[in-house]
Design a protein around this ligand. Structure first.
Ligand code: 13P
Length: 255
């Protein structure tokens, strides 16, 4: 597997953090720190911050993403946001199927698949999250479970559409816990995802797919994780809320 065949992307997932003035300040601080990055840089921010962050990031190499979108184009879905609404604003990325949405908001593999297809149809780049819970890992079913999540999420996604998909492997037990997967564990599952994608599409499509690791990635452990042959980037929670930390990770991915 040749890492040069695919783009390295570091994405921040701000989750439910930052008011608009705080969001603007964070992006302003980040811009000069990541301006020479040799990898993709994305910040996925709360819906209420999108306009502010799009404006602040204008003319820079920072791309903007949302953290979810609905699968219908419009209608009676109180509290939801459609993919078209995001595109109209100038948003380019969306996180789909984050484990927090699966755990707390009833997201299933089937609704993840619907959202992936709707986001791609609208022209968004998708950061598709998969990952096992601690119980799954202890039961020894990580590979089966993550392969299943990947297959269902990509059901009906064409090879051409796959070019706009990034898969983020986020073991749920490593998210926000300070407990990172070892570089070997992260690489093993990322490689398994790649071979699942090779079976679904073909080797060229799998070789071109950017696969991120997420789960307590930080300024200290990023180098080792990003040096793994199948880890092409990171989806960063806590450490993306501090510009110096996030920029260290971006610069680690730029090596
Ligand atoms: P932490 O980096 O805070 O563990 O969060 C990871 C994550 O869930 C990113 O989507």
């Amino acid at each position: 597997m040749n890492k040069n065949l695919r783009a390295a992307v570091i994405a921040g997932n701000w989750k439910m953090n930052k008011t608009r003035p705080e969001a603007k300040a964070l992006v302003e601080e980040l811009k000069p720190l990541v301006k020479d990055a040799a990898c993709g840089v994305v910040v996925c921010v709360p819906f209420t911050n999108l306009e502010t962050v799009l404006e602040a990031a204008k003319g820079s190499n920072i791309k903007v993403g949302a953290q979810n979108c609905h699968f219908e184009k419009s209608g009676a879905f109180t509290g939801e946001i459609s993919a078209d609404m995001l595109v109209e604003m100038g948003v380019e990325y969306v996180v789909i199927g984050h484990s927090e949405r699966r755990q707390y908001f009833g997201e299933t593999d089937v609704t993840v698949n619907k959202r992936v297809k709707a986001a791609l149809a609208a022209g968004l780049n998708v950061i598709l999250c998969v990952g096992e819970m601690l119980e799954d890992r202890e039961l020894g079913i990580t590979d089966e479970l993550v392969a299943m999540q990947t297959k269902i999420a990509l059901n009906g996604v064409s090879k051409d559409e796959l070019k706009k998909v990034i898969i983020a492997y986020e073991p749920v037990w490593a998210i926000g816990t300070g407990k990172t997967a070892t570089a070997e564990q992260a690489n093993e599952v990322c490689a398994m995802i790649r071979s699942t994608v090779a079976k679904l599409y073909d080797k060229a499509a799998a070789d071109a797919l950017t696969i991120q690791y997420g789960g307590s990635m930080n300024a200290k452990n990023a180098d080792e994780l990003l040096a793994q042959p199948d880890v092409d980037g990171g989806l960063i929670g806590g450490a993306s809320l501090k510009a110096p930390d996030f920029s260290i990770i971006v610069n680690a991915a730029s090596k």
